[in-house]
Design a protein around this ligand. Structure first.
Ligand SMILES: [Zn+2]
Length: 281
């Protein structure tokens, strides 16, 4: 009689995925995992998603139209190895940059959407990423529609572009400020990981700030915090900690995220936001 091991040996590569959570490590059937939006059915671990996977589970089917694809990253400070690094990430992800932005719809209502991709330079924000996100926010203001921004960045501002990367923090923050003055809704969704300059700028500036469960979220990483001899506790860089301390409005599991966004959009469109008004969730 064939053992389970024999049977698994005959299964083509890629059909089984090991849960990334080391305390779970269950073998998961790949198609089942996809159907569950890449959330482990044993331990509820939320796998990382690419920018396009995020867009696919957030917007109405076939509503996404990508914009700003003409923006190309250069090497403004002539940093050694930067171009080769970009080339590697482009080959690995089939993306030109760490952000994908565009327009789409939720329940047929127009929205703009910007997503950073944790698989491309850990979602770091250089000049092009910042410009794409700022344009995404500006487009929502021009079209008088909500803007959805989804962060996945373990690196924050991109080291190789120095001060030009840091400037993106101010630029995206200013764009969100103008969107708010125009009375349009900005929702930010923080996913694992959202750290450093991305968290310290646009990701923490939504009118409504949502996070996925157990996402690593914070400004400085654990090693840096330890280096300052501060003791914030082992879970200080978690969405639950940030929620408990008032930095995040709500933790929403991935399987409920689309429904939650639908309710926000319904609420906003039923009663358009007045200038300076806030939304109770
Ligand atoms: Zn698991």
């Amino acid at each position: 009689m064939a053992t389970e091991r024999d049977w698994r040996a005959r299964v083509p590569d890629g059909m089984w995925v090991k849960c990334e959570n080391p305390r779970c490590a269950q073998l998961l059937y790949s198609k089942e995992l996809d159907r569950n939006l890449r959330v482990c059915s044993h331990c509820d671990h939320h796998f990382r998603l690419s920018a396009r996977q995020r867009i696919a589970i957030t917007l109405d089917p076939d509503s996404f139209v990508e914009t700003d694809t003409e923006l190309m990253t250069v090497n403004p400070l002539n940093m050694e190895g930067y171009e080769a690094k970009l080339k590697r990430h482009r080959a690995r992800t089939s993306e030109m940059e760490a952000a994908v932005v565009g327009t789409g719809a939720i329940l047929g209502h127009p929205v703009t959407i910007g997503v950073t991709n944790p698989f491309f330079t850990v979602g770091s924000m250089g000049s092009v990423v910042g410009e794409k996100l700022a344009r995404c926010v500006e487009r929502a203001r021009d079209q008088r529609c909500p803007c959805i921004l989804i962060s996945g960045s373990g690196a924050g501002a991109r080291m190789e572009e120095g001060i030009l990367s840091l400037m993106q923090m101010a630029k995206t923050a200013a764009a969100i400020g103008r969107l708010r003055q125009a009375g349009q809704l900005c929702v930010t969704i923080l996913t694992n990981p959202t750290m450093a300059g991305v968290y310290a700028s646009w990701a923490s500036l939504g009118d409504i700030i949502i996070a996925e469960p157990r996402a690593m979220i914070g400004f400085a990483g654990q090693r840096v915090v330890k280096g300052t001899k501060s003791d914030l506790g082992a879970d200080a860089q978690s969405s639950e900690f940030q929620h408990e301390h008032g930095m995040i409005d709500r933790i929403v599991p991935r399987l409920e995220m689309r429904g939650f966004l639908e309710s926000l959009i319904r609420m906003t469109y039923a009663a358009p936001l007045r200038k300076g008004a806030s939304v109770e969730v």
